[in-house]
Each structure stands twice: as structure tokens, then as C-alpha cells.
Design a protein around this ligand. Structure first.
Ligand SMILES: [Zn+2]
Length: 104
């Protein structure tokens, strides 16, 4: 039985194929059960065109969670709509980090 059917009161936010749940309260999914459900990552599949110019995939945007991410040089970036809003995927060097970010 799906989590949605088993714990309908747990649903906190739902949009297309993205669902967030409350846990641990009366009638809500126990957190330990949620951890077990989330142990395995979803299967992401990328299909490269033999020209090397095209690729299609099933990775969702990490910002809006409902559109496809954009694959750029092997790294997934936010969807085009979220990029227009200013969202980006970045890798910071240690020199670019603030003093309080060095613990990361
Ligand atoms: Zn997006």
C-alpha cells in the first residue's frame, strides 16, 4: 500500500509527482518507517543521443521538483524556469567560502 493511502493525514505538500509528508504525530507515518522508505535513491536514467548533442533523462529539478532538470556537462542544473528566477547549481572552492562555511 502506498504511503499516501496508508497515511493520508501525513501529506504536507503535494504537486504532480512530488509529495512531502509530516511524520511522527498521531495518525502520521512514523519517522523510522519514512527513513526506511527513503533509504534507496530513485533510479535516475540518462539517455545520450549518439550524436553527443542531445540527452534525455528523468531527473527532476531540485528547486521546483516538478519539471525536468537541465543536464549540463554531466551535472544537473535547475530547470530553465527556475534558472530564469536565478537558481543555479554551483561548486564553491575553499577560497570562495565564508569563514562560517569551512565546517562543511
Ligand atoms: Zn525548476
Amino acid at each position: 500500500m502506498s504511503t499516501k493511502l496508508k497515511y493520508p493525514d501525513s501529506i504536507w505538500y503535494e504537486k504532480e509527482n512530488y509529495t512531502a509528508y509530516y511524520t511522527n504525530g498521531k495518525g502520521l507515518i512514523p519517522y523510522e518507517e519514512a527513513e526506511a522508505l527513503c533509504k534507496d535513491l530513485p533510479q535516475v536514467e540518462v539517455y545520450m543521443h549518439d550524436s553527443g548533442m542531445l540527452a534525455t533523462h528523468n531527473m527532476s529539478c531540485s528547486v521546483c521538483k516538478v519539471k525536468h532538470a537541465v543536464l549540463h556537462n554531466g551535472v544537473f542544473a535547475p530547470c530553465w524556469s527556475c534558472q530564469k528566477e536565478g537558481w543555479v547549481t554551483i561548486r564553491m572552492s575553499k577560497l570562495e567560502r565564508k569563514w562560517y562555511e569551512f565546517w562543511k
